[in-house]
Design a protein around this ligand. Structure first.
Ligand SMILES: Nc1ncnc2c1ncn2[C@@H]1O[C@H](COP(=O)(O)OP(=O)(O)OP(=O)(O)O)[C@@H](O)[C@H]1O
Length: 308
């Protein structure tokens, strides 16, 4: 690990309050340079607040923030040309054509990307003359991404970059992020899409109630444990199966007709499960052995109840 001050982002005991709400409650993590770091967390966990503090849009109430070794508020002028951010809502004038605004942002940078090529990459060429407020939600989102990238930043903050995007635009965005990483750019993104984090992130930081609850590479977080899933007739009753499985195994049916067996998944366990199915005259459909997904880990850590 690089020494202190050398990370792309270093947060130590960060605190941010809005009145009586503590949005960020002692958050500590480090995003390495040249890596993609994904912040995951339920609604209201404090991700956007954290990103906005790193971008210099908000001041922290406590703790320290270092972005490329600098203070995002005090050193805002030095950081501006080096850091790419997606504009906040209301940050793009509604009546200005998409291409004109992107060119304006490009003009603030020493060696910007070619704006025409960037619009093309993001499928916005046809809409280049359309005023921002007339673009669809997904098109506005893509323009925001273009704005973040046009200055060839060293570090990019992407707050939910693929929310509201169609599958094509989502894949185009993923490819852009992968290219950024390949060219050594540091990326810090937030997302609610676990597949996106699993695909893109070198390191995942799971945040809940303004604190880090887990962090690691997707492989570290999901671990080596395997599980077995299959579909069959609902309500087969699992007690008999559980008693046949090795101690420490777990079996559940959720939702109805979807069975999940957790434990030490060895050939003997598979044989026990299929024998149990056979004894019930049941063909286990879609039987598969898989690793836990990031979504499984996320739900275990942050619970399944809806956040208010
Ligand atoms: N300007 C504000 N004034 C008052 N409360 C705020 C403000 N901004 C955020 N909050 C509150 O702070 C908490 C954290 O919000 P934040 O937007 O950082 O969460 P988030 O993790 O980005 O959530 P989401 O996944 O829904 O985008 C929430 O409880 C939110 O209601």
């Amino acid at each position: 690990m690089a020494p202190p001050g050398d990370g792309a982002v270093e947060l130590d005991a960060l605190v941010k309050r809005y009145g009586t709400t503590t949005a960020v409650d002692g958050l500590t993590f480090r995003a390495e340079r040249g890596a993609v770091t994904a912040l995951l967390g339920p609604n209201g966990a404090g991700k956007t607040t954290t990103i906005e503090i790193c971008e210099g849009f908000r001041r922290a109430d406590g703790g320290t923030v270092r972005v490329l070794g600098l203070d995002p508020v005090r050193d805002a002028r030095a950081l501006k040309p080096r850091v790419g951010v997606m504009p906040q809502s209301g940050g793009v004038p509604g009546t200005v054509p998409a291409a004109d605004f992107l060119k304006l942002v490009a003009s603030f940078h020493a060696t910007p990307l070619d704006t025409g090529a960037l619009l093309e990459r993001l499928g916005l060429t046809e809409h280049a003359r359309t005023p921002f407020r007339r673009l669809s939600g997904g098109q506005q989102q893509r323009l925001s991404l273009a704005i973040a990238l046009v200055g060839r930043p060293e570090l990019v903050f992407l707050d939910e970059p693929t929310t509201g995007l169609d599958p094509q635009a989502r894949h185009a965005t993923w490819e852009l992020v992968e290219e950024l990483r390949a060219s050594g750019v540091s990326v810090v993104l937030t997302t609610h899409h676990m597949d996106e984090a699993e695909r893109l992130a070198d390191r995942v930081v799971i945040v809940d109630h303004g604190r880090v609850v887990a962090e690691g590479s997707p492989a570290e977080l999901t671990g080596a444990e395997r599980q077995l899933r299959f579909r069959a007739r609902p309500a087969l009753g699992l007690d008999e199966l559980l008693s046949a499985l090795p101690a420490g195994s777990a079996a559940k049916e959720s939702p109805a007709g979807h069975y999940l067996i957790e434990g030490d998944v060895r050939p003997e366990l598979l044989a026990t499960v299929t024998a149990w199915c056979a004894s019930h005259g049941v063909l286990a459909e879609d039987l598969r052995i898989e690793r836990r997904t990031l979504e499984d880990v996320f739900l275990e850590l942050t619970g399944r109840e809806l956040r208010s």
